[in-house]
Design a protein around this ligand. Structure first.
Ligand SMILES: Cc1cc2nc3c(=O)[nH]c(=O)nc-3n(C[C@H](O)[C@H](O)[C@H](O)COP(=O)(O)O)c2cc1C
Length: 182
């Protein structure tokens, strides 16, 4: 797949099955994550790979957090199953550092670029994925159990695996609706 085709056809997939990325594919995904714009060279990102038993551990972290933080029963009931939706998850974190020229938003944007780069690297290798957030990206208890600092941001959970259906989503947006000239 060439770069333009990748940029114009990349899509997300929620229905993901085994296998997840193999070691060679994962290496490329990791390298793509680090090849992103980064103001001041702060490398404002780090990643936790979750697979195999790690998915159970993450589900347990979700469950305990949802109970402790008194989430609705439907959130508690689903918590343990959520990480089982893909063979691999990559948790992308933006560890905020005070900097005179690089505000928090720019650091989070860099980490967001990493998520997108990893999704593209997966897609280009015949895998697929979806970037998710929600309550479990905001939960202080989840952050604590993952060993994160309170100021750290969970920028996303990138679910990765093999797509179960091969269908290309139609293009949703027209450039003329979003681009104007000055
Ligand atoms: C920061 C961010 C958080 C997201 N969180 C969720 C989420 O929690 N659940 C979800 O279904 N989609 C979420 N999405 C949207 C999907 O990742 C995806 O972009 C969307 O379904 C559109 O599909 P497409 O990428 O094929 O166009 C999120 C996207 C972004 C950028």
């Amino acid at each position: 797949m060439d770069a333009i085709e990748l940029l114009l056809t990349r899509q997300s997939d929620s229905n993901l099955s085994f296998p997840g990325p193999n070691p060679a594919q994962l290496e490329i995904i990791k390298k793509a994550a680090l090849k992103v714009p980064d103001h001041g060279g702060l490398t404002p990102f780090k990643f936790i790979i979750v697979e195999e038993r790690g998915r159970e551990k993450l589900g347990e972290i979700y469950y305990q957090a949802a109970v402790k933080e008194q989430q609705e029963q439907r959130v508690i009931d689903r918590a343990r199953q959520l990480p089982e939706r893909a063979p691999m998850l990559i948790i992308a974190i933006s560890p905020y550092q005070e900097h005179p020229k690089v505000p928090r938003i720019e650091q989070i944007q860099s980490a967001g670029c990493s998520v997108f780069a990893m999704q593209q690297a997966a897609f280009a290798q015949g895998l697929s994925g979806v970037w998710r957030t929600g309550y479990f990206a905001q939960s202080p208890e989840v952050k604590k159990q993952l060993g994160l600092d309170g100021k750290d941001e969970i920028v996303g959970y990138l679910y990765l695996g093999t797509p179960t259906v091969q269908c290309t989503k139609p293009t949703r947006h027209k450039p003329e609706d979003f681009f104007s000239s000055l």
